[in-house]
Every structure is written in structure tokens, then in C-alpha cells.
Design a protein around this ligand. Structure first.
Ligand code: THU
Length: 132
């Protein structure tokens, strides 16, 4: 599963639209939907109005929700030049759909992988009984 997800993240990274930052990011998320496992990829999509840049992780998550509806994410692979980790905004969005044991794998161009438990890199996340 991880190898397949890393391959998908590296593949979608090739499609990054990054004319402003020149920083290409590919992501792949492994998730459960309708009782089955799935893998979906995404890349960063930038805009000349810089605040509208979309991260690879959120691209993948939005695609997965559009295709499958309710999802539970077990794995997020992020592929970059230097093995960067998901930004804060992406961590918040991942937390909306993450399973309790969700893992994050960051891979660089040399193939070096670092793995984290999502809960350890996004502790004490926002929740409210008022909001559900
Ligand atoms: N980026 C991502 O795709 N994911 C992250 O978690 C961090 C940043 C993108 C946004 C922008 O297109 C470029 O990387 C530089 O910030």
C-alpha cells in the first residue's frame, strides 16, 4: 500500500502547476470508503492571486470526497524535492477525515521517507461539541 501510494504521489507531482513557487508537490491519500480501500492522488495548483494556491494534499482530499463521498483517511503520502511535511492548513483538513491511526509519509526526490503518526504532528486539534 505504501509503495503504491508513494508511486502515485510521485506521479501526480509531475502534474504540479507551480509557475510561481516552482515547488512541486504530489500527494496520495489512502482511505476507506463504502467498506473498501482506495488511493487517490493530487498536486498543488497555484494561481497568480497567490492566496488561491491549492496544496496537493487538499487537492487529493477534495477529489476523494467528490468521487466517494464519506471517506476515512489511513495514509497521506507527500512527495516533494526535499521531503517537506504537510502545512498547517492541510493538517487541519486531514484531521477532518483522519482515522485514529492515520499515518503521514513524506518522501524526497532521493526516495528518503519519513513517517509520522498524524496524531503526533497535529495534537489537540480544534473540536467543539457545539458544532458536532
Ligand atoms: N504546498 C503543498 O502543496 N502542500 C503543503 O503542505 C505545503 C505547500 C504547495 C503550495 C504552493 O503551491 C507551494 O507548495 C509552495 O508553498
Amino acid at each position: 500500500m505504501i509503495e503504491e501510494a508513494v508511486a502515485l504521489a510521485n506521479q501526480t507531482r509531475q502534474n504540479a502547476y507551480n509557475p510561481y513557487s516552482k515547488y512541486a508537490v504530489g500527494a496520495a491519500i489512502g482511505f476507506q470508503a463504502n467498506g473498501e480501500g482506495h488511493l487517490v492522488g493530487g498536486c498543488n495548483v497555484e494561481n497568480i492571486s497567490f492566496g488561491l494556491c491549492q496544496c496537493a494534499e487538499r487537492s487529493a482530499i477534495c477529489t476523494a470526497v467528490a468521487l466517494f463521498g464519506e471517506i476515512e483517511i489511513d495514509l497521506v503520502v507527500v512527495a516533494t524535492k526535499d521531503g517537506g511535511t504537510p502545512c498547517g492548513a492541510c493538517r487541519q483538513v486531514i484531521s477532518e477525515f483522519a482515522s485514529t491511526n492515520c499515518r503521514i509519509v513524506c518522501v524526497d526526490e532521493s526516495g528518503l521517507q519519513r513517517e509520522f503518526e498524524f496524531a503526533s504532528i497535529f495534537p489537540d486539534s480544534f473540536h467543539s461539541d457545539e458544532l458536532g
